[in-house]
Design a protein around this ligand. Structure first.
Ligand code: GLP
Length: 236
């Protein structure tokens, strides 16, 4: 794993954007994209740039079960607002949280991923080390699946909703095996809240208790941190 400590989220977003540009120069066609506050600076850098994404495809990590793409809290809506409405892509994929048959939707999404192998996967991280919505104890062999969110994730997400009871308790998430299939992975984390998850991810044992620790087994991972998120790492 390559660790980069940057001044702040803006600098981290710029760095991640440069890495995406380089990958595109080397033929990358598919971006694996993430939601949450962490990648916002990256999406800003992308939208403010002159780079053309109209030949690019994106495959997002996850979506809440029960929210349609028009719902302002859905991840589809977030992506439209932050990126796709400003920078058109060739094709964009986000799981359908309103699918009648969630199991069938998971299978469909695995087919999407297989047809569009991810060149650069962008990741944030949850405070408990989750990636996408793969909560602790998710199998490293998992593909797209329905997830029961943990209390800590639901609580962390309440800030985006008016009332706690509005926060969805289930999601559809790309699995850990699908995330690991990305050719290159960029994980970003900022702030003290993420410091322990980052320590466990980078310097702890590789264990399903900390989903992101699986990234130690991937050959091409860059972790972009601010000083707070890096504050519990010991020099090796
Ligand atoms: C959610 C998303 C993750 C994201 C995490 C952290 O759980 N499913 O993809 O990494 O939130 O969000 P934030 O970047 O806002 O801290």
């Amino acid at each position: 794993m390559k660790i980069l400590v940057v001044d702040n989220a803006q600098a981290g977003g710029q760095k991640a954007f440069q890495m995406i540009e380089e990958a595109m120069e080397h033929g990358a066609k598919v971006l694996g994209l993430a939601t949450g506050s962490t990648p916002i600076a990256l999406y800003q850098a992308m939208t403010e740039s002159a780079v053309n994404f109209s030949e690019m495809t994106s495959v997002n990590l996850d979506e809440y079960v029960g929210l349609s793409g028009e719902d302002s809290q859905s991840y589809r809506h977030f992506m439209e607002e932050q990126l796709f409405s400003k920078k058109p892509f060739k094709e964009t994929f986000v799981p359908n949280g309103k699918a009648e048959n969630i199991k069938a939707e998971c299978t469909r999404y695995d087919e999407v991923i297989a047809a569009h192998p991810v060149d650069v996967q962008i990741l944030g991280i949850g405070r408990n080390g989750h990636i996408g919505f793969n909560e602790p104890d998710t199998s490293f062999a998992s593909k797209t699946h329905q997830v029961q969110l943990t209390d800590s994730t639901i609580e962390a997400n309440t800030r985006f909703f008016e009332k706690e009871e509005d926060v969805p308790t289930q999601a559809i998430s790309m699995g850990i095996a699908s995330i690991m299939a990305g050719k290159e992975i960029i994980l970003m984390a900022y702030g003290k809240d993420k410091a322990e998850a980052i320590r466990a991810t980078v310097q702890g044992p590789v264990t399903e208790d900390v989903p992101a620790s699986v990234l130690q087994n991937h050959p091409h991972v860059t972790v972009i941190l601010d000083a707070d998120a890096a504050s519990l790492l010991t020099q090796k």
